[in-house]
Design a protein around this ligand. Structure first.
Ligand SMILES: [Zn+2]
Length: 701
């Protein structure tokens, strides 16, 4: 689609000036005026925002002046502010505090927003202007600042990856492929959900449930009742290895659960996913070929920091043998405990035996730890304190600024004051820690205002967690995983808060998927730092520090189980690559070939260890076939290589110091997506990433 006449209709959509999104918020840092925003404000603001954006883009595209950085690149960066304000607030609210009304709005606007982005991404006039700048830069007649040159390169790539340079016939084919891929992904997801219900294991003999906690048992009872069945229904979680396997004492039932889990999507009938996934693999390969890539994985890697599938393959190949060797060592230990012959631990028995080993060796009890892990202390004397010691930041709660929900806390963030200068503030940090029915699961960071010198904006970021709220007046006590999550999400927040870039599209966390987890993973290290840990791990009533031997045990228990965890993760990441490194002709044509292909791929990668099956098998790998993570499942460990190497860098340079924090801030966090993120990493580290620290951390070296 190259003409934008059709998309111009509606450009006269007028937004009620009383709508809180109509003008930039007058609150500090342009914090959205949540007290004024009501459900009915979102949709008209987003619709009017798209119209305004189209009109702005049209003006850029039809500008009679030759393209310049100012009238094209910068103008595109400035365009769409109403849409940005409205959509950002909406997509922050939707997962954090949803309502049926917001869900309805999402149903209506998601396709419109996708079409809106497509229309801009396929506007040949815009592309011609961007291309003329790139040509001039290449010819040496246009000198660019490094961040502008990088922006130009990314803009050009964005157009080309959307297919702008193709013939009209090929563009039509591409659009057709895109829409078929989208609907096949949805179909995969639907079959998976239905198949998971079908795979639930019904237990009618209560004695088989020995070992299951009363909560889990009650849940299974309710699940059976909900479907009008007698007994207890064990429902499937998405991954292969079901959590109930850790507690079920009955080996026969464990085997049934494992079998049902691993068979999902390949049982024949309506919920079999094999035909859909083969079609998806083929269409994605065709899509990649049309755009000039060897296969889909190459298309994905090209836009990530990995760059090529060779780089991804090399990293995975380097880890796989060590991970499997480690898992085999763990299997030997488990077999001893279980009284089985070495090497004969069944996948179904793994976590049951593993629990026995953990209890015997580590004897860590969450209930005993919790009184030492109180939320306010962890935030102020842990998370904020680390940010203060590293970056000089300080935090002042702003009870006068309301969030989007009464539970949201707003903190103003200040930089270390410069002598003789007023301390005007760096940005806002919103914390939404508690779980509620209207919030989706998990933990995440969001940007409400992206830092940008071009737009004169300071950052406003949010962290969301799902901590259970205690009764009024009671302290919020955490488990260790939640402590790490607090530090992790705050690492993302720091990436947004310490951003120091010109262009909003390069701000903070606007980096590729295989890089974005890196700063947040690094920030987790401070939860373990003795100085920080001693400061926050204090009994909430007695003020006693956590016993030192517990800390040692926690540290020691970190390595145990890494063989299993790394192997099941790598097996899934390798399967993802195997399916997406096929050309259209190489994709199997018969559903009968799916499982043999999977087996061959695992064997070729050396991760075919039966005791530790992939975290997701092909036929229920929702990340890659049901959604947008195709050929990208490697990202988690890719980021972790950088993370572990950075932890090593801190250690080599004296750990928790202002000097180190300053270097990490200036060379890495502040740069956001204003240059190749791996260049930022290399600036910091003085060399390319080394995988050895990760191998050591995961007990693989
Ligand atoms: Zn994260």
């Amino acid at each position: 689609m190259t003409s934008s006449n059709a998309t111009l209709q509606g450009a006269d959509a007028v937004l009620d000036p009383a709508n809180p999104f109509a003008t930039p918020s007058a609150l500090p840092y342009e914090l959205p005026d949540f007290a004024a925003i009501r459900e009915e404000h979102h949709e008209p603001a987003i619709v009017a925002g798209m119209a305004a954006h189209r009109a702005e883009v049209e003006a850029i595209a039809t500008n009679p002046e030759p393209a310049t950085v100012e009238n094209t690149l910068e103008a595109l960066e400035r365009a769409g502010q109403l849409l940005g304000r409205a959509a950002t607030a909406f997509y922050n609210q939707l997962p954090a505090d949803s309502t049926p009304g917001l869900e309805d709005i999402q149903e209506r606007i998601a396709p419109q927003l996708a079409a809106h982005q497509d229309a801009i991404g396929m506007d040949a006039r815009l592309y011609a202007r961007v291309k003329s700048l790139a040509d001039a830069a290449e010819a040496g007649t246009l000198a660019l600042e490094p961040d502008t040159a990088y922006l130009l390169e990314k803009q050009l790539t964005r157009f080309e990856r959307a297919g702008i340079a193709l013939s009209e016939a090929d563009q039509a084919t591409l659009r057709d492929l895109n829409s078929r891929i989208t609907s096949l992904q949805a179909s995969f997801g639907r079959k998976l959900l239905a198949g998971a219900n079908e795979a639930s294991v019904l237990v009618t003999d209560e004695s088989e449930l020995a070992g299951l906690s009363p909560d889990a048992k009650a849940g299974a009872r309710a699940a059976a009742e909900a479907r009008g069945q007698d007994g207890w229904l064990l429902e499937m979680q998405l991954f292969t290895h079901q959590n109930v396997l850790a507690s079920l004492e009955d080996a026969g039932l464990r085997a049934r659960v494992q079998e049902a889990s691993a068979a999902r999507g390949a049982t024949g009938g309506e919920n079999d996913t094999r035909e859909v996934l083969l079609e998806l693999a083929r269409l994605r390969a065709q899509h990649a070929r049309l755009l000039g890539y060897e296969h889909h994985a190459a298309y994905i890697a090209a836009d990530a920091t990995a760059g090529t599938t060779d780089a991804v393959n090399q990293m995975l190949a380097r880890l796989a043998p060590a991970a499997v060797a480690n898992a085999r060592r763990e299997a030997t230990e488990l077999a001893k405990v279980g009284g089985a012959a070495p090497g004969t631990v069944a996948a179904a028995d793994w976590s049951y035996l593993n629990e026995a080993v953990r209890k015997e060796r580590f004897n860590l009890d969450d209930a005993a730890l919790r009184p030492y892990l109180e939320l306010e202390r962890i935030v102020h004397d842990g998370v904020f304190k680390a940010a203060n010691l590293l970056f000089g930041l300080s935090f002042t709660e702003r009870a006068d600024l309301p969030g989007y929900h009464p539970d949201v806390r707003v903190f103003e963030v200040f930089d270390a004051p410069e002598p003789g200068e007023p301390n005007t503030g760096l940005g806002l940090f919103l914390a939404d820690w508690y779980t509620r029915e209207s919030k989706r699961g998990g933990a995440w960071m969001d940007s409400l205002v992206s830092q940008s010198h071009l737009l004169g904006r300071r950052p406003v970021v949010v962290n969301n967690l799902n901590i259970v709220k205690p009764p009024a007046g009671e302290p919020t006590l955490l488990v260790w995983d939640e402590v790490t999550t607090l530090f992790h999400e705050f690492g993302h927040a720091l990436h947004g808060l310490l951003s120091d870039v010109r262009y909003p599209s390069q701000s903070g966390t606007s980096v590729p998927r295989d890089f974005v987890e890196y700063p947040s993973q690094v920030n987790e290290m401070w939860s373990w730092e003795p100085e920080i840990l001693r400061s926050f791990a204090v009994h909430h009533r007695t003020g006693e520090p956590m016993p030192a031997e517990w800390v040692d045990t926690m540290l020691a228990s970190r390595i145990w189980g890494e063989g299993f965890a790394t192997t099941e993760y790598l097996a899934a990441a390798l399967l993802d690559q195997a399916w997406h490194q096929l050309t259209p002709e190489q994709v199997p044509t018969s559903v009968e070939e799916v499982l043999p292909f999977e087996a061959a791929a695992l064997a070729a990668a050396g991760v075919d260890f039966e005791s530790v099956p992939p975290r997701y098998r092909t036929t229920y790998f929702n990340h890659i076939f049901g959604g947008g993570y195709s050929a990208g499942y490697y990202s988690y460990i890719w980021s972790e290589v950088l993370d572990a190497d950075t932890v090593e860098w801190y250690a080599e340079n004296g750990g928790l110091t202002r000097e180190n924090g300053e270097a990490f801030r200036r060379k890495l966090l502040a740069r956001g997506g204003s240059q190749d993120p791996l260049t930022s990493f290399e600036d910091l580290r003085g060399r390319t990433a080394d995988i050895a620290p990760l191998l050591k951390r995961r007990g693989l070296a």
